[in-house]
Design a protein around this ligand. Structure first.
Ligand SMILES: O=P(O)(O)O[C@@H]1[C@@H](OP(=O)(O)O)[C@H](OP(=O)(O)O)[C@H](O)[C@H](OP(=O)(O)O)[C@H]1OP(=O)(O)O
Ligand SMILES: Nc1ncnc2c1ncn2[C@@H]1O[C@H](COP(=O)(O)OP(=O)(O)OP(=O)(O)O)[C@@H](O)[C@H]1O
Ligand SMILES: [Zn+2]
Length: 455
């Protein structure tokens, strides 16, 4: 970490987006070290804001060091930032494939640099994100990584690029025998769809999403295409598009409203210089291109395998968590003799088995929350074959090179296990409540809400 960015460098970094835990800036200066890079800066909760992921301990706890004991590089790191980067490098990258993961590198920053950045970008950040958190001024390093919204990194402007960002969420229905009767609906309705009910109830979204992760992960060309179209209709925080590094579709720094005529028209216009369409259907052609690239790359098959490391569900993993932390199991405490039998095998497992269960659960949690970016560039006529994949779009007779990268592969902290359990219960009960209320009113609303008519 030789370079230390200070106050005078801050103006070269512009707002690119953010999630719950990080602020992302893109470089606009002329230093070859930073051209084509983005910077990911950790945020800290503002006083009073409830952002649990940011309240995590600054370095690995004793229990986490036990959990990750086989990843030597990780447990020897004293700092949260370094642990995060090593987790991507040594755990996620081997699982997802080195071709698809850029673990990035840490670069030093002064507090003045962070203060200046915070001031520069505040007016572009969504107000609710500003209320929740600010740049964490106590970090002395940030993560530098390739900007996946650009195709070429050294030679900006030479080739137009379209980059599509998708946050696919969990792509399978759990089968675990530890799922109780009361929450058995989880085996039939995706977590994403049920979570929509809670988000609607809390006013976090205005309408339910049409997207079904099972379509995107299905491997079927038609269903993947349907999923991409549904993401376009209701992008929320699951779908964004960038042209030459600038956002042209979706929400900057958070969710987006549903796609209306004006949004669709502006998007269609923005695509015209990159996607051919004699009949004026650039959007339709792009969505087809994305669906074909998703299928051809096979990245979602890999992601699904990693998500499925969670094979006992939070209703199983929580018992292993209490055993590792040597606490009384708060779940079993409330159960009858008969109900306890379901979980006895978990409580009689060896420590190593409990550690494996929780570790796999947390790796899967990262895989269920990450995003991927597919960046396209029209292939030049007669251009030599490059290292990346390519795709021929029949409808426009255009060939595109494309690259796929996963982003946001953050380590999930063990301290969130109880929170995961509580949220899971809340999601199921809110969904069931919504269906009940809906059936009580009339089935027309049910159709409008796109909720399945049965529990
Ligand atoms: O629990 P979920 O499924 O709502 O996922 C959270 C995400 O919500 P989403 O439903 O995708 O809008 C949430 O995203 P938003 O803040 O809603 O954009 C975060 O990604 C959060 O992760 P972390 O707290 O930054 O480690 C995510 O938390 P984890 O569960 O991945 O820890
Ligand atoms: N390497 C990258 N190249 C281009 N854009 C990126 C890159 N990494 C992140 N971004 C942009 O910044 C946004 C926020 O980044 P990221 O998802 O990593 O934040 P986060 O706080 O970890 O998210 P979450 O809420 O899911 O925890 C992304 O949605 C994406 O638009
Ligand atoms: Zn228990």
């Amino acid at each position: 970490m030789e370079v230390i960015l200070n106050e005078k460098n801050a103006g070269e970094w512009v707002y690119r987006g953010e999630g719950a835990a990080n602020l992302v800036l893109a470089y606009t200066g002329s230093s070859p070290t930073f051209i084509g890079k983005v910077m990911r800066i950790r945020k800290a909760p503002r006083n009073g804001a409830e952002v649990t992921s940011m309240r995590s301990p600054s370095s690995l706890t004793a229990h986490e060091r036990l959990l990750w004991k086989d990843v030597h590089e990780l447990i020897s790191s004293l700092d949260n930032e370094i642990a995060g980067q090593l987790f991507v490098l040594h755990v996620m990258k081997p699982l997802l494939g080195s071709k698809y993961v850029d673990a990035g590198m840490l670069v030093g920053v002064s507090m003045k640099f962070l203060e200046s950045v915070e001031k520069n970008v505040i007016c572009q950040r969504p107000a609710w994100r500003v209320d929740n958190a600010q740049v964490d001024m106590h970090r002395d390093s940030v993560l530098l990584m390739s900007d996946h919204s650009l195709f070429t990194h050294g030679n900006l402007g030479s080739s137009p690029s379209i980059s599509v960002e998708i946050k696919p969420k969990c792509g399978f229905l759990p089968l675990s025998r530890f799922i109780s009767e009361g929450t058995a609906i989880k085996k039939r309705i995706t977590r994403f769809q049920m979570h929509q009910a809670l988000k609607l109830h809390r006013g976090e979204i205005a309408l339910l999403s049409e997207y079904n992760p099972l379509d995107l992960f299905s491997g079927s060309k038609e269903r993947i295409h349907k999923a991409i179209k549904d993401l376009f209709t209701t992008p929320q925080n699951n779908f964004r598009v960038f042209k030459n590094g600038s956002l042209i579709f979706g929400g900057l720094g958070g969710g987006a409203e549903d796609t209306n005529f004006c949004i669709a028209k502006a998007f269609e216009d923005a695509l015209k210089s990159v996607i051919r369409a004699d009949d004026g259907h650039c959007t339709e052609n792009l969505l087809t291109l994305v669906a074909e690239a998703v299928k051809k790359s096979g990245v979602l098959d890999r992601l699904l395998e990693v998500q499925k490391l969670d094979n006992v569900d939070i209703e199983g993993a929580i018992h292993a968590y209490y055993d590792i932390t040597r606490q009384q199991c708060m779940i079993c405490r409330e159960l009858s003799e008969e109900q306890l039998k379901r979980y006895s095998s978990l409580h009689s497992a060896s420590l190593d088995e409990s550690l494996r269960i929780v570790k796999d659960y947390l790796i899967a949690a990262t895989a269920k929350d990450c995003s991927f970016m597919i960046c396209f560039r029209p292939r030049k006529e007669g251009g030599s074959r490059s290292e990346c994949s390519s795709i021929y779009l029949e409808s426009t007779k255009q060939a595109f090179d494309f690259k796929v990268y996963f982003i946001d592969l953050d380590l999930k902290r063990m301290s969130k296990m109880e929170e995961y359990y509580e949220l899971d219960k809340k999601i199921v009960s809110c969904y069931k409540e919504m269906i009940k209320m809906d059936q009580g009113r009339n089935s027309q609303t049910c159709k409008h809400l796109k909720l399945p008519a049965e529990i």
